[in-house]
Design a binder for this molecule. Structure first.
Ligand code: K7E
Ligand code: CUA
Ligand code: CA
Length: 646
């Protein structure tokens, strides 16, 4: 089918997007890879941005049915990673209203993240007190579990760039710990465990699994850089409470996404580069890659027994999970299940029975039975590939899979720009040869090129089959044009019926990867802090003042709308000044700010919260410190004068 690319798409008789993309995508796959398919897609979508809009019938059909009226609350929280923004966003669903942005690996002058001493200590500093890193790339957000469902305690999120795992407290929705993983690069997938593998009474998250995508020389100290075939990846386990790294596993190939089983026995990661290529054409050379399973109990026994190595000065014990060292299933720590062609994403079904691993460069999803992997470890299944119970053809560029509560799976098809709904049991029947089994039940176009997709409560045993979100990577023509950098689209799809229905387009800032959708009753937040939580709290305005120790000066003050406890304070040129500010207001939503002109200071104190900042006062003069956060009719008058004497 041909198209006139000089006309807006809605003027075309049939945009035929899917057909075109399929052809282009095949061409791309036959050639160098995804890039050809993608550039073709861009060409095809080149409607003049301001005038041309495509509104497929499916987009308007159900519009309005999901709206949340003024004064009404959403049914779900959606926590979404911010990609290379380094943050985590919170949306209400189904409205798609953005409610909060939680700074994690980024700096944020809205709240003072990366500016206050407390946040700097969490992010990590260099010996001179400046931040060790100012960048981050969050991909995967996963909350802690109790009894197979979310417990509302923590949210874990990765930083792909610098290999860090962060924890967000869900009561205050603020980052409280960050851990850097040793000897890895490209920390991509992460997933908390749901149960202890041995002690069944521990039915909540105590470990967080972390997959490293990029292989590197071990140790990465400048030696062996030309020996790409000897580069290796490590799979890491972090303690959910202490956030210390418990152990790591040396593996062949790479890690990509991560899943954990409901019984706590296995962790899984898909591998797209079993070739261990350092150039991308080599990463696509093999017909088979793998989904790698980790036997958590055996790994921890090996650690206890001291069968470990250490790399590059790290004190974290590393066990050997490479293929050759784990040939005997009865003692193996790892099991490599062959999966076609550069898979992306591994997701476990809410009943705990199956892992779905998407093909990416293969049009298939591979279904692996949890029970059969356990049997392989017991020596009862011969070949790892025998754990595969289905491999349906579902479409082009399958990436991530969400599940409903009726045994159906929903997979994002990046190249087809679709979500495909397929039935897991039917796929298993078809794999056994049943020609009457209907595997693919429905398809819906999304706009455009979905990455992650996920269902409401879909990564818990309480999956409710109500909504699917498609986080799309391209949004051309879906929103008002805003210059070269586009927002992304999160599309809300109703999956409660037989047919999927597109409900709405939500714009999301670049660039969400993964999100999770939590029922609102699970989340219990606090609106006011407790003064005692802060060891440096200024509990009474009478404690305010300027305290000098040589060149180091501490200024203690409090805020109560609309005034700070100090109208002015005096320091001297060359002083290292630490300001400690406690907000004594106890009322919900009564937050104050504190900014100091020319000193690069700006932060917030929430009700009953204490924060501190440290800076050099090196230029004599008067500096009006003022409240940045609208708090009172006299908010503008809420100021204090910093006098720096020569
Ligand atoms: Cu598919 Cu980082 Cu989860 Cu992005 S990854 S889409
Ligand atoms: Cu205090 Cu504005
Ligand atoms: Ca490969």
């Amino acid at each position: 089918m041909s198209q006139d690319h000089t006309k807006p798409l809605d003027a075309q008789p049939d945009p035929g997007r899917r057909k075109f993309l399929n052809t282009a995508a095949f061409a791309g796959l036959a050639g160098a890879g995804l890039s050809v398919g993608l550039s073709a897609c861009k060409q095809e979508q080149q409607a003049p941005a301001a005038t041309g809009t495509v509104t497929p019938a499916s987009a308007v059909q159900e519009a309005g049915h999901h709206e949340v009226a003024p004064g009404q609350l959403d049914d779900y929280y959606s926590f979404s990673s911010g990609g290379h923004s380094g943050n985590v966003r919170i949306y209400g669903l189904p409205s798609g209203r953005e409610i909060k942005c939680i700074p994690v690996f980024n700096t944020d002058c809205l709240v003072g993240w990366g500016i206050t001493n407390e946040s700097k200590a969490i992010i990590g500093t260099k010996p001179d007190g400046s931040l060790k890193y100012q960048t981050g790339d969050t991909h995967h957000v996963h909350p802690s579990y109790t009894d197979g469902t979310y417990d509302g305690k923590y949210l874990f999120v990765n930083d792909k760039i610098h290999g860090r795992l962060a924890r967000v407290r869900l009561d205050t929705m603020e980052t409280d710990k960050i851990t850097e993983l040793p000897n890895i690069q490209g920390f991509h997938g992460t997933f908390p465990d749901k149960r202890d593998p041995v002690d069944a009474s521990i039915n909540h998250t105590t470990r967080v699994f972390c997959g490293a995508e990029f292989s590197i020389p071990l140790p990465n100290d400048g030696a062996g850089m030309d020996k790409g075939e000897e580069y290796r990846s490590l799979f890491s386990c972090v303690d959910a409470e202490s956030m210390e790294v418990r152990w790591q596993v040396l593996i062949d190939g790479n890690c990509d996404l991560v899943a954990s089983s409901y019984d706590g026995k296995l962790a899984a990661t898909n591998q797209y580069n079993t070739e261990m290529g350092v150039h991308y054409e080599n990463m696509m050379s093999a017909e088979w890659d793998a989904c790698l399973f980790f036997n958590v109990a055996r790994i921890e026994e090996a650690v206890k027994a001291g069968k470990v190595s250490y790399y590059g000065g790290s004190k974290v014990p590393v066990v050997d999970g490479r293929k050759e060292a784990n040939a005997d299933p009865k003692t193996a720590l790892t099991c490599y299940v062959p999966i076609p062609k550069n898979p992306h994403g591994v997701n476990i079904s809410p009943d705990g029975k199956y892992y779905a691993c998407s093909g990416k460069l293969s049009p298939t999803a591979t279904v692996i039975a949890h029970e059969l992997v356990l049997k392989w470890f017991d020596g009862e299944v011969k070949e790892p590939r025998e754990t595969v119970v289905a491999e349906p053809e579902i479409g082009l560029g399958p990436l991530h899979t969400g599940f409903d509560n009726k045994g159906n799976a929903y997979t994002t098809l990046f190249l087809d720009s679709q979500i495909v709904k397929w039935n897991v049991e039917a796929a298993i029947k078809a794999y056994k040869g049943d020609k009457t089994a209907t595997v693919v039940l429905d398809r819906i176009d999304v706009h455009y090129q979905p990455g992650h997709g996920f269902t409401s409560m879909g990564e818990t045993k309480d999956s409710d089959g109500k909504y699917f979100i498609s986080d799309n990577k391209f949004s051309k023509d879906r929103f008002l044009p805003v210059g070269p950098l586009h927002a992304e689209t999160a599309q809300l799809i109703d999956i409660s019926g037989d047919k999927m229905k597109l409900l709405s387009d939500h714009s999301v800032l670049s660039e969400p990867h993964d999100s999770i959708v939590i029922r609102r009753d699970i989340i219990k937040t606090r609106q006011v802090y407790n003064l005692d939580e802060f060891p440096n709290a200024v509990k009474d305005p009478k404690e305010s003042g300027v305290f000098r120790e040589g060149k180091k000066v501490t200024v203690k003050l409090t805020s109560q709308a609309p005034a700070y406890s100090l109208r002015e304070f005096t320091v001297k040129k060359g002083d290292e000044v630490t300001i400690i500010l406690t907000n004594l207001d106890k009322v919900e939503d009564l937050t104050h700010g504190f900014a100091i002109p020319k000193h690069d200071i700006n932060f917030l104190v929430n009700p009953q919260e204490t924060k501190s900042v440290t800076f050099k006062a090196d230029t004599p003069g008067v500096y009006w410190c003022y409240c940045t956060h609208f708090c009172h009719a006299l908010h503008l008058e809420m100021r204090s004068r910093m006098i720096v004497e020569a």
